[in-house]
Ligand binder design. Sequence first.
Ligand code: ZN
Length: 524
Amino acid sequence: MPYCMYLRKSRADAEAELRGEGETLARHEKLLTDFAKQAGLEVKVIYKEIVSGETIAARPQMQKLLSEVSEGLWDGVLVMDIDRLARGNSIDQGIISQTFLYANTKIITPVKTYDPTNEFDEEYFEFGLFMSRREYKTINRRLQRGRIASAKEGKYVGNKAPYGYERVKIKDDTGFTLSPVPVQAEVVRNIFEWYTSGIILDDGTKKRIGTSLIARELNHRKIKPVNGDVWTSQTIRDMLINPVYIGKIRWNWRPAKKKMINGKVVVQRPRNKNEDTILCNGIHEGIISEDVFNKAAQLFGNNKSCTIRGDKTTQNPLAGLVICKKCGKKMQRRNNPQNPDMLICPAPTCNNHASYLYLVEKYVIDIVKRWSEGHILQYTSNQFPIQSDYDYKSELSAISLSEDKLNSQLNKAYEAFETGIYDAETFKKRSTALNNQLKEIQKKKKSLKDNIKKIIENEKVISEFIPKAKEIAGSYYSVTDNYRKNEMLKEIVDHMDYIKETRGHGHEEDFVITVYPKLPDVYN
Ligand SMILES: [Zn+2]
């Protein structure tokens, strides 16, 4: 998509002109044109605000620009600095920032690029001259609601088109739809055909192939996927069950969920069925027939390694927790009609002996009881130092100081560019060098902040561990649901190693098990 440029005089510029410093807009136009050339941006239209009004209402070019941005015409807008877009009136600032946010349009200044598509782009919030994070969240929620409404109308609401399509603006309406890219659509048809009816081999026969072989074949043919350099079987799997290819719109399929794992917040997109998923007929045309799609879905369902396990029906309270110390596989429950359930290693050649599940369970609960009595703490204090005496505050302020310094150097370079002391090339060199240093510093700052966060989280995890163990030890046997039991154990048990060398009557409890508590790793 193309870019446009917006030029506006500030009051200071107007005063400088009166002092005879030359025409501002012409100078800015030249500077930004040079800058765009250096950055490889194609500028299609230049808006020049002749009047010097501060509000949107008093700025006809700004009104035009905003209506075009909201239609999604521009990938980005170049301005000398962010103040040229909005200053002062906070309602106007809100309107402008929301318009850019909704349209996913970048704001590009010679110093920085603000990218609203990247919700983790800290710099975007600096554009929050404007917006607080809370406002952003509100807008984001509204944006989500708008997206749901659009999806129900059959519009395509994702930022990126799925492989096989490109995203196009809907004529005479807001929003986007998909249009097939012929070369890619052919690849999609191939994928479905190879999976459902087969690929033609050298000897002329046809053979069905699975997702890994499909990925390999595409890589072999040097066909590029949308993301990354190579196809993976996961990509193929996602495509085979994506109803977009039969002309449907699916939204909210795998919403990101935040989860605490080992005291860290991890964002995952679970592949489960989601109740809030919207599936409806899209405006766009399909690439493959429903018959082929359904056939793929059926084959996909038969393929055991692809099916989703119904976690809620687990009958094994230790599911996923016990590792065979001999071969590294996860131990499983085996149902036994005559005797109690067994815990076995699923590897056919492994010679680790099985045990009664309830005996292992009892052993684990005994350990949890000991943890709840505080025995974990001695172990904890040696193994997991809490670095509360660590002086991160002064380190953080030192980093912030050098960040400020770099920013002021960057401003000086910008001034030199603006006043014509630097040409575009010199400015590019200088600002790139400074920006790189700045990124380095910001990375350091982020990792320091992460560390501080980790320390605080770790302190919390450790302080909560014993009470949690107490609670679980006390209530475990009153819970009848195995899924719930499993959840409880997973709150405090990271995993356990299991080994048993002897078998037979009298050796039922001869297993050796190490239970690892779910406590933070040693800091690096
Ligand atoms: Zn094993």
